[in-house]
Design a protein around this ligand. Structure first.
Ligand code: NCD
Length: 498
């Protein structure tokens, strides 16, 4: 497997084996940071940060300098031709002819993907709006691995702004791929986006259990983490986790057991009652990953004030709780009020280590992508993610990504970007934007096959009619609305309303 000339736009661009190999090289970089200056001599990294950054930008730049390379940079949209209305695709083409590798942070979701499509040199996503931040995930995984040797089977709680926090979006996919059990707790209104949950279920075969669906009696007096437990359930993943027997138990029957151990989310491994009891006895949280409120992504200051009122805080007192006895406290930083300074000296606090690991990790990554180091992957360690080849929909029929922050909806980019989606489900019809992963459920469709040459049969149908489901993906025409179908000359069929 070769990482040279590849992009890192989403964490799924790296297999588990590649991540492991990257971590081995990171160890070498961390132990001998001053002996690597021959690796990238003569190479230039473009450092483009169009959103604030301290750790990510400076650790990338320090990494490149330690590898013997050089840097060109732009850190303000206002100082580039983007301010004159230039598209990021044109910017990418130009910078790709000056630099050997591009690191980009941008507020639009999917921006790094567009840059990667046009630059002609490797591109690293250093954060694209609320979408993903894969290199922070590498820092997070590496930190956990250093302390716990493995990720598999760990109980990892994600706290805070799970809606806008891009670091948790990349992290959750990686944790799922390495077989962790994930516990969410979000403030109201800051829930993990639907499309992330769906991806966990479809791509990573995780089973989600929403505690909100349990009755009040069950929820009363439970541990403050209150959202969902997510654990692998597919037979394929079970095969990778041989300690999980295949006997299923009824969740309701075990509520008392759950409560006795002070946990308010449901374990959904298929285990026997005895085993569940055992697992719950070890109900500690291995890692608590905290996020700040991403106030720059909220719509109003009133909203920020309201969200702040209910925002969780990690402090010395909380960490006295039994379940946190051996918890690693993690945070991508910067912190604001959600992580008290009184835990900084606590040996469980990992956040400054996470930030420090950023430099050797990014040294290893740059060395791989620039072809200065070759990757060797032991086969048995490679990924167990199910790669699904969803059909792609890219007809120009008026369907747009619903996410206003998506790169495909920006004025300067609509001139050349054609919306493109993966058809991730036919029942209900669900399209996933290839740039930002947001999903939509269009209501009306037609077939290009049936109306070809026969205007009278140019009919549209309700997307959930049995008739519509028979249309082959390659013949699908999908409409944003009924009006959209009619404006393109289609008439309602008897299946248009159901
Ligand atoms: C994070 C980011 O920019 O997404 N910071 C980082 O890169 N370490 C987290 C944040 O800003 O909250």
């Amino acid at each position: 497997m070769n990482l040279a000339n590849r992009n890192l736009v989403t964490i799924d661009d790296l297999s588990n084996g590649e991540i492991e190999a990257l971590f081995s090289l990171t160890d070498e970089m961390a132990n001998f940071p001053n002996e690597q200056s021959g690796l990238c001599q003569g190479k230039i990294m473009a450092s483009l940060f169009f959103e604030p950054s301290t750790r990510t930008r400076l650790s990338f730049e320090a990494a490149m300098l330690r590898l013997g390379g050089r840097i060109i940079s732009a850190i303000d949209v206002g100082a580039t031709s983007l301010a004159k209305g230039e598209s990021i695709a044109d910017m990418a083409r130009v910078i790709g002819s000056y630099a050997d590798i591009i690191v980009i942070r941008h507020p639009w979701e999917g921006a790094a993907r567009v840059v990667a499509d046009y630059a002609g040199v490797p591109v690293i996503n250093a954060g694209d709006g609320s979408h993903e931040h894969p290199t922070q995930t590498l820092c997070d995984l590496y930190t956990i691995r250093k302390k716990r040797q493995t990720i598999k089977g760990l109980r990892i709680a994600l706290w805070g702004d799970l809606k806008h926090g891009r670091t948790v979006h990349s992290l959750i996919y990686a944790l799922a791929r390495f077989g962790a059990t994930i516990l969410f707790s979000n403030s109201p209104g800051l829930e993990m986006p639907e499309h992330v949950l769906r991806k966990l279920a479809t791509e990573y075969a995780y089973k989600l259990i929403d505690v909100k669906t349990l009755d009040a009696e069950v929820k009363r007096g439970l541990f403050p983490l209150h959202a969902m437990y997510v654990t692998p359930v597919s037979p394929h993943q079970l095969a990778m986790l041989p300690d999980i027997p295949e006997i299923s138990i009824q969740i309701k029957g075990n509520i008392e057991t759950l409560k006795k151990h002070g946990i308010d989310a449901l374990l959904h491994y298929n285990v026997s009652e005895n085993e569940l009891e055992l697992k719950l006895k070890r109900a500690e949280i291995d890692t608590l990953y905290m996020m700040r409120l991403q106030k720059e992504r909220q719509t109003s200051t009133e909203e920020v004030q309201e969200l702040k009122r209910n925002y969780p805080v990690v402090d010395k007192k909380l960490l006295e709780g039994k379940v946190f006895k051996k918890t690693l406290v993690m945070h991508p930083l910067p912190r604001v009020d959600e992580l008290a300074h009184d835990v900084d000296a606590d040996p469980r606090s990992m956040y400054f280590k996470q930030a420090a690991y950023g430099m050797p990790i990014r040294m290893a990554l740059l060395a791989f992508l620039l072809g200065a180091k070759k990757i060797i992957i032991p086969e048995k360690q490679d990924s167990f993610v199910r790669k699904i080849d969803y059909p792609v929909y890219k007809r120009d029929s008026g369907v747009k990504c619903p996410n206003i922050k998506c790169v495909s909806n920006q004025e300067t980019e609509v001139r050349y970007i054609k919306p493109e989606f993966k058809i991730v489900s036919r029942e209900p019809l669900t399209l996933r934007c290839i740039y930002c992963d947001h999903e939509l459920h269009p209501q009306y469709i037609a077939s290009s096959d049936w109306h070809e040459g026969k205007l009278e049969s140019k009919k549209y149908h309700s997307a959930d009619s049995h008739f519509a489901r028979k249309i082959k993906p390659e013949n699908l025409i999908i409409f944003a609305s009924e009006k959209g179908a009619q404006s393109q000359g289609f008439k309602p069929s008897i299946y248009a309303r159901q």
